[in-house]
Design a protein around this ligand. Sequence first.
Ligand code: ADP
Ligand code: MG
Length: 566
Amino acid sequence: MAVHGIDLGTTNSVIARTGSDGRPEILTGMSGEPITPSVVLFASPGEHVVGEGARREALIDPDHVCDLVKRRMGDADWRFVAHGKAWSAPAVSALILRSLVADAGFATGQPPTSAVITVPAYFGDEERRATVLAGAYAQLDVVDVLSEPIAAALAYGFGRLDGLVNLGKSGRGDGAGVVETVLVYDLGGGTFDATVIELADRRISVLAVEGDHQLGGADWDQRIELHLSREFCAANPAAEDPMDDGIGRQVLRSAAERAKHQLSDVLSTEVVVAHDGVTTTVRLTRAALEEMTGPLLRRTIDLTRDCLAEARRRGVEHVDRVLLVGGSSRMPAVARALHREFGYEAELHDPDLAVAKGAALYGEKKELERMVAADLRTRGRLRDGEPLSDASGDDLDTACRRVADAFGVTLTQVRRAIDITVDTVVSRGFGVLAIDAGATRLETSWLVHRNDRLPIRTSRSYGTVRTDQEVIAITVVEQQGQVESSRVEDAKILTVGEITGIPPGYSAGSEIQVTFTMGFDGVLHVTAYHVDAGIPLALTVTTGATLSQAEVARERDQLGRTRRRP
Ligand code: ADP
Ligand code: MG
């Protein structure tokens, strides 16, 4: 299928597509490695390296190596500066995407032009937009941004479909089909997401999301790194602290990560720290590692508990399955804590590749849907703008069969892709600033609430403050913390728009209707309307993550001037 699936991870990225048999397959470049570290080395003003090579280089040239860029997505002010050029987070991400595209082209002979890119469920509007921009920079048509846990669940659900006969044995059956409630615990390198998902026969619904996108394996590495530096300094009081030196620090970090990986398999390991002409061997046990990183793991458990509580409010009494994804969920302490706290038997589910595979499945679904709709439209069986569900059963059957024949896929494949629906929820609240009823102070009025089900279309009416008010400013905000707060300073301002040119003659309290719509991609659209004057306002949320047109043009140009060194 032409629409590829991309897991653009904080630490590692993966590209996949579905094969002719409908199964997702991972595409690899010349190295044959399925995983590309999300690391970029700016080797010279016109040359960069992506992946393992850049990661290795980080040890000797840390100043020109950019990693964990995903943590910066949505931060419009952040730049990585190398060789006198400034790179925004979407621009750095575009270099990673371009590398994946080249690898996919190497594998299939045809570089992809469109993709579904995954993002953490907890990503807000700005981060999602930044991801779409990264895709555009890489000349990819981003068909959709998909939440990573949904992708993981899709990959799992696909495997489950393959084993249909086993279905009856697990989950709840109510005659109409088996419903399985799944908790996806995703601990990657830089982000943590807990999501409760319901997998029904043809429907995947997200019931609750929780997460922290500043929490992941890298934090574990930091704790270990600190420990190694302390031990080294204690043993060599006269030597320089490796943490005080750029290269020393990188070397320490990579040793820390290696030790962490080993301790997922063995109970004890030795780390050699060589710095400033002296060498010390530090012995590290799994128990010590778990002790020094206990608070980090506890935070994931607390967030998981919140997520489960939210799911319970939505009627989930029982979790049937716990899927562990993300490389860090390989740490034995994770499954143990989930068992101890909740009694779950968690299982590792293709922790490195499930997200990309799910994205590929979703990409295939989008592609097939588009083709079936196009077929119906050209034959006049579906009007422009009408959803597929409006087509008659017979028409749909015929169209599916034609698409299956034309593209050499099976009819079942087409039907299955089209029938599966994905329901999801919004990860943060959105609202506008308004003066409270007592007309005393400005406060946030929430139109969209966290965990509301997507797609959303919601309207609310407000009154003008003065008679003959000529201009009405609409300030759109996004929720910052875990809970909705009416305090203005707790919200993040996304954009400000104005309804202008309102003629005189309207009294105070004239109705202003504000409408928020958000599709499955989680991107917000705002319209406002002065009802009596009949003046509309359409707002695109452009501040924050989204760079100015001039900046986008500059970056495009800059991206055109750097070549990937293989
Ligand atoms: P992301 O989704 O953030 O790109 P991944 O899911 O690829 O990240 O996970 C990367 C993280 O997983 C890194 O922090 C890495 O150190 C960690 N990791 C990978 N394998 C192991 C292991 N065997 N034990 C512990 N941590 C691991
Ligand atoms: Mg990931």
